[in-house]
Design a protein around this ligand. Sequence first.
Ligand SMILES: [Zn+2]
Length: 367
Amino acid sequence: MTPLPDRYCPVDGVRIPGDSLAWCCPSCHGPLELDFSPTPAPLKSLTGRVNSLWRYAETLPLASPSVSLGEGRTPLVPLTDTVSAKLDFLMPTLSFKDRGAVLLAELARRIGPRRVVADSSGNAGTAIAAYCARAGLACTVYVPLGTSAKKLEQIEAHGARAEEVDGGREAAGAAARRAADEPDTFYASHVFNPYFLHGTKTYVHELWEDMGGRLPDVLVLPVGNGTLLLGAALAVAELYGAGLLDKRPALWAVQAAAVAPLAEAWERGADEPTGTTPVAPTYAEGIAIPRPPRARQILRAVRDSGGTFLTVTEDRIRHAQADLASRGLYVEATAAVCWAAVREGALAGRSAVVPLCGAGLKSGLAR
Ligand SMILES: [Zn+2]
């Protein structure tokens, strides 16, 4: 078995061995990166490979997972002449989070902790619970009090424990981190653990393959904790660095206007949010993150790509969700934010792909 790459802190350079249960930098407590710079396989050599994200084996830090549920290879469907949707809600647990969760569960299986803990407002928690079930790992998911009964039911159906925490999404995160500091515990954090990003990046490897070795002018991406956007940036760097991509796409990051700390920092030309941006309730619960730990990284990735930030109002989210449903695509409100941001002409003719990240059945129609 190939050894696990080291992780390191991008701020102060502290290194952590690959099989360590440490989940953040022991010095500054920030998120870690993976010391891993793979070279993707050329387009032609992908023919005939397994029909899941594991076909991009050269780019993944883990091999031959026994925990795969066939995730990845989601369809690309045109919405207009120049904008297509990638149907990432067609995943084993009905959201794009499976791309990262399968990597975290396979990593946990290799390390072999007593239990796995995670925190989530929904989709990441259900994905982690499903893949831990597949891996035979005991799992506890900390969720905010008031999380929808459907999501709790899905988590518990997989044999995981759902712990409801009073005090909102951030309190659930704090409870998970306290549990993560107990001995022999693996913190399956979709925010702090870089393996998650090396899973979400397969979104772009698939696009590149489906478009015959190219990418659109613009990748429109929903941003809360930025896990899909940072994964996309990783994949673009890998493909471009290997000479497999002529032109890099611009990354357009979309936030709900109600919770837009990153868009606000972008407007000010700042490197990071103030941490005090006011927030309001939003239909886009999956990206309602007031203080994203990887904020600096997200802002830098968008800037380096020549991209921008867009915000969408609650009305536009609601209308975009209904519009997608009227075209046969029933997705959750969070999954409609990218279409909400570009459907009225913001792209000015540029080609683009929007992800439809989560199924409508998870939270219903916004009203
Ligand atoms: Zn550090």
